[in-house]
Design a protein around this ligand. Structure first.
Ligand code: DC
Length: 238
């Protein structure tokens, strides 16, 4: 390992606080556009659990890198930046060094840049520790790509939420149209296929269904129907 990389790793050590999990953990993993965020938030609300959006952490780092002009192709510089950042993901806000970046992390610029962050093993291990620490003292519904496999392998309840690529693209296109962005379903599908491939092929933390996860395919289900189904699965594990 090169010296610069070793230093970046060392700087990425978080202070030793307890990550011992005391509450129930529900993990929801799956591809982009499967409706994970609203389903996870909805089921957390029904159960009185905390909701943790882990994609927001990766987005916050990408946002900081863009704001500060850090070279996205320089993995060590990205890791060093991550070590310096104070990232706090709450139920309704994402704070970066105390600044509210909840909207800034959703731009297409950040979406395009986040791959460089999510592919970086040093950043991943740092953010996984942050996820474990954030969830350690609450019943939590946590949502991402690697929550049931890497971050919380001993979670009491694991769900893999997905939908067919066409259905996910159709929903995303409708969302974009509602926000005034005109783009065809085919264009959305192409970008989505690329993201799916990136999420499934990264060397660490790749998106995968945990062996003990329950798979839910949301084609044809309403948003509240998905929440009902997830709530029933979680309650069956309580
Ligand atoms: O779910 P999202 O689109 O907000 O996620 C942003 C990016 O972060 C996406 O490229 C997938 C990646 N991600 C990840 O690698 N691991 C997670 N636990 C959550 C998100």
């Amino acid at each position: 390992m090169a010296a610069a990389q070793r230093n970046a790793c060392r700087r990425l050590q978080l202070p030793r606080l307890s990550n011992k999990i005391v509450g129930m953990i529900v993990t929801i993993d799956g591809p982009a556009g499967a409706g994970k965020s609203s389903a996870a938030r909805g089921v957390a609300h029904r159960l009185g659990f905390r909701f943790l959006d882990t994609g927001a952490m990766y987005r916050a780092v990408a946002c900081a890198a863009l704001q500060r002009g850090v070279d996205l192709n320089d993995g060590n510089a990205l890791a060093a930046l991550t070590a310096e950042l104070e990232i706090e993901v709450t139920e309704d806000q994402v704070l970066l060094d105390g600044q509210d970046v909840s909207r800034a992390i959703r731009t297409s610029e950040v979406t395009a840049a986040v791959k460089h962050v999510a592919d970086n093993p040093n950043i991943r291990s740092h953010l996984v520790r942050l996820q474990q620490r954030t969830a350690h003292d609450h019943h939590t519904v946590t949502e991402g790509r690697d929550q049931g496999t890497v971050a919380f392998p001993n979670a009491e309840c694991k769900i893999f939420l997905t939908a067919t690529p066409q259905e996910r693209a159709r929903r995303r296109q409708a969302d974009l149209e509602a926000r005034g962005e005109t783009v065809s379903v085919d264009e959305v599908l192409q970008q989505q296929n690329l993201r799916d491939q990136q999420d499934a092929e990264r060397e660490v933390g790749r998106m995968a269904k945990a062996e003990d996860a329950v798979e839910v395919i949301t084609d044809g289900m309403t948003a509240s129907g998905v929440i009902d189904a997830l709530e029933a699965i979680v309650r069956s594990k309580m």
